[in-house]
Design a protein around this ligand. Structure first.
Ligand code: SF4
Length: 207
């Protein structure tokens, strides 16, 4: 399914039960030539009302993180594992993620980014294919399918837990070197630890 077909189909999609809890399908935003692609877990209240990803306080924090890279929101492709808001702020279930996966795959294929940031535990597990909690593998660039998958913590927690915000800020500080590097040539899943775990987190007070 190409990108245009995926977008058209998703906007009227009823493939999983989340179609009953959404107001608007939140497909994704951004240029199709973006080198940086950021994936969250699912739309929340603000995204569902607005139809665009990463709104509200989480969106403001993300914009500051993107700004710290010298980029604007409009330079980055933004989306989530599922395109419809789950009820009661719960996480999407495996079957819902699986139903929605073809849309994410179409977006990744069309944009073909160099760096995919997986925000939060679920996005990290789905996009890396690894079982470890994101807290264990955050800040590492994992070469996969000719791009780097880069797990970090969820914005929703980073907003309210200063220590987690510090780790997210620290992780984002590694992204420029990934964007400046060559794409990984291997299609194997390797774990390239860039040493983030040894770095001191930046001061959350700056944010
Ligand atoms: S979450 Fe995805 S698969 Fe489920 S209804 Fe929405 S667009 Fe369709």
């Amino acid at each position: 399914m190409d990108f245009a077909e995926a977008q058209k189909e998703a906007l009227g999609c009823t493939k999983c039960g989340l179609s009953n809890s959404r107001t608007k399908v939140v497909f994704g935003d951004g240029p199709l030539n973006a080198e940086l692609f950021i994936v969250g877990e699912a739309p929340g209240f603000n995204e569902d009302a607005d139809g665009h990803p990463f709104r509200g306080a989480s969106g403001m924090l993300l914009e500051r993180l993107i700004g710290s890279l010298g980029l604007g929101r409009e330079d980055v492709y933004l989306t989530s594992l599922v395109k419809c808001k789950p009820p009661d702020s719960r996480s999407p279930k495996p079957g819902e993620i699986s139903s929605c996966r073809p849309y994410l795959m179409s977006q990744l294929a069309a944009v073909d980014p160099k760096v995919v940031v997986a925000m939060g535990d679920l996005a990290s597990r789905v996009l890396t294919g690894r079982k470890e909690a994101v807290a264990r593998i955050r800040g590492r660039a994992i070469p996969l399918d000719g791009r780097y998958v880069f797990p970090t913590l969820a914005l929703s927690r980073a907003l309210y837990v200063p220590a987690e915000r510090a780790f997210v800020i620290s992780d984002f500080s590694r992204i420029p070197e990934l964007l400046a590097s060559e794409r990984p040539s291997t299609y194997e899943t390797l774990n390239l630890d860039l040493g983030a775990s040894e770095r001191e987190p930046l001061q959350p007070g700056l944010w």
